[in-house]
Design a protein around this ligand. Structure first.
Ligand SMILES: [Ca+2]
Length: 143
């Protein structure tokens, strides 16, 4: 029975590590798909957040800010004074606050800000790994 417990912990640890590696790989893939010149101009909190320019967290069609970005010839400086999602805040205000300039439900004063889902999942995976190591340390398998 204790041997089974040790195997379960090992499998759990390997599964957690696999999730972490998948999430880490997904994050770098996401950033590499975005337009590099534009990603460099984004505040750190919004790097890798597809919903800055797209309607879904996984990308997909452009939102109003993404459309304005394309229309402006991909010049972010031309977008700062615009309010692409018509929520009462300029795009510059939104980016500075970490909210989404193409999502009307995300404003500098709302709780619905741009969250890097991949970083969140990566953080959760790391916590899972630490928890499983701690669990194993407290319940060592009998040899
Ligand atoms: Ca917004």
């Amino acid at each position: 029975m204790l041997e089974t417990k040790g195997k379960q912990t090992t499998i759990y640890l390997l599964f957690s590590l696999m999730i972490f590696m998948l999430v880490t790989n997904s994050s770098s893939t996401t950033e590499s798909r975005a337009i590099p010149e534009y990603v460099r101009e984004l505040p750190k909190a919004l790097k890798g957040v597809c919903k800055v320019c797209h309607v879904r967290a996984s990308g997909g069609p452009l939102n109003s800010y993404g459309d304005d970005f394309e229309s402006s010839g991909r010049r972010t400086s031309a977008l700062n004074d615009l309010d692409s999602d018509a929520d009462g805040f300029s795009n510059a205000e939104e980016l500075a606050a970490g909210s989404l300039p193409g999502d009307q439900d995300s404003t500098p004063t709302s709780k619905n800000k741009g969250i890097n889902l991949y970083l969140l999942m990566g953080g959760a995976s790391v916590l899972l790994i630490i928890a499983s190591v701690a669990f194993r340390a407290r319940n060592p398998p009998d040899s």
